[in-house]
Ligand binder design. Structure first.
Ligand code: GRF
Length: 199
């Protein structure tokens, strides 16, 4: 599968995906922030790295249209959001629906939105985690592909909890992309069916 990665920052999920030896070709990495470390990593691997600075395009619809055109130039089968920290317009999502994945640092549908680790600690929940899901117009509520849980420890801070969750992100995102590339993900009535065994 041809995969385009969208990111905004550090890019550790992108790095995990790139290193996982998946049956994919990463055909472009695009960031809305020109300084994103993820772009440097892409360049270090010889992958096409594209900066599309959203601050130069204040209109969200206009920026997303440019972004969608740039993505489509690379003819992706799959678009992967890997720490892409901007809400996407509904027109953009409609254009890529069914081939757009996101990773979210909570066990959805708990804690959609931002600051998930601090909110999990504030609630006193004992299990937290991360979710890979297809993106739909309903923010952080698309069909769930895979989740991983981690324990919350009494002395956790948002940072220590985030680090524990991030290790699992780096495991489940490549797994989800592998399933997609193998044609094993089927969306049926808003839910993902995995064809074959859970491997
Ligand atoms: C991850 O925690 C991801 O779940 C969230 O943003 C963070 C991105 O980290 N959406 P990285 O850029 O992949 O290191």
């Amino acid at each position: 599968s041809r995969v385009v990665v969208l990111l905004s920052g550090r890019g550790s999920n992108f790095q995990a995906i790139a290193e996982a030896q998946l049956p994919i070709e990463i055909v472009a990495v695009i960031s809305n922030r020109p300084q994103a470390a993820g772009l440097d990593y892409a360049r270090s691997r010889g992958l096409p790295a594209v900066a599309l600075d959203h601050t130069a395009h204040p209109d969200r619809e206009a920026f997303d249209a440019l972004l969608a055109d740039e993505i489509e130039r690379h003819r992706p089968d799959l678009v992967v959001l890997a720490g892409y920290m901007r809400i996407l317009s509904t027109a953009f999502i409609a254009r890529f629906e069914g081939r757009l994945l996101n990773i979210h640092p909570s066990l959805l549908p708990m804690f959609p939105g931002l600051k998930t680790h601090a909110r999990a600690l504030a609630e006193g929940i004992k299990i937290h985690g991360c979710t890979v899901h297809f993106v739909t117009a309903d923010l952080d509520h698309g069909p769930i592909v895979i989740q991983a849980a981690v324990p919350v420890r009494a002395d956790d801070t948002p940072d220590t909890l985030a680090a524990r969750v991030l290790q699992q992100e780096h495991r489940i995102y490549p797994q989800a992309i592998r399933w997609f590339a193998e044609g094993r993900l089927e969306i049926n009535q808003g839910h993902v069916n995995l064809k074959g065994d859970l491997t």
